[in-house]
Design a protein around this ligand. Structure first.
Ligand code: SAH
Ligand code: MG
Length: 197
């Protein structure tokens, strides 16, 4: 890992930004390499760490990434510039549920944003995924909470998010347009291949 990305990572962790865990980002980058993904859409840029890591896999990779938080968006802009990845990464400042993508076809969509909205992101952006492309979603374990019974979770807020993640996993299992495999790496990752032609 080069110095710039090390610094970006250190700053993000110091600021409490929930960037991908080491084994999660390693899994994602290996996946991109193995499947030769070249057009990638990311929901949830935060400060640009994962987008820069993905762009580093291959210079032919192009990434569109979306962030709705102004402070993080500005930091991501700065980081992308610092990492010299402006040519490869297009950063959009908006709520992902508000934007319209102009009929692009992505090889990979990486969902790493508001955990309660995963079904919405999946349905909305799945339209822009090519056949046999992949949707990868992060944080399906939510620090181990998703394995617990809902009654065991005290905070009402947390319980709501956990319920949504459980619903999302059900949604993936029942979705016949995609074939999903769950991986216990990072904070829990799913890989869904679009099998619909
Ligand atoms: N992928 C990043 C971490 C993302 S953290 C990395 O690993 O480096 C999740 C981010 O998603 C947060 O910064 C949050 O502001 C953003 N987010 C959540 N819901 C969103 C939405 N609907 N549209 C755009 N960004 C969203
Ligand atoms: Mg995450």
């Amino acid at each position: 890992m080069d110095m710039v990305i090390k610094e970006i990572k250190k700053d993000a962790l110091a600021e409490g930004i929930p960037i991908m865990l080491d084994d999660g980002i390693e899994f994602l980058c290996n996946f991109i390499k193995e499947h030769e993904c070249k057009k990638i859409l990311e929901i949830g840029a935060a400060v640009g760490y994962s987008a820069i890591m993905m762009a580093n896999v291959d210079e032919k990779i192009n990434i569109t990434t979306i962030e709705r938080d102004e402070k993080r968006y500005l930091k991501a802009l700065e980081n992308i510039k610092k990492a010299d990845k402006e040519k490869q990464i297009k950063l959009i400042y908006n709520d992902a549920l508000n934007i319209n993508i102009e009929d692009e076809e992505f090889d990979l969509i990486f969902i790493d944003a508001a955990k309660a909205q995963n079904i919405k992101f999946f349905q909305r952006f799945g339209l822009y995924l090519k056949s046999h492309g992949f949707i990868i979603t992060d944080n399906l374990n939510f620090h181990g909470l998703v394995d617990k019974d809902l009654e065991e979770i005290e905070s009402k807020n947390v319980r709501g998010i956990v319920r949504k993640i459980k619903e999302f996993k059900e949604f993936l299992l029942e979705n016949n347009d995609y074939e999903t495999v769950f991986y216990d790496v990072g904070d829990g990752i799913s890989v869904s291949e679009k099998i619909k032609e």
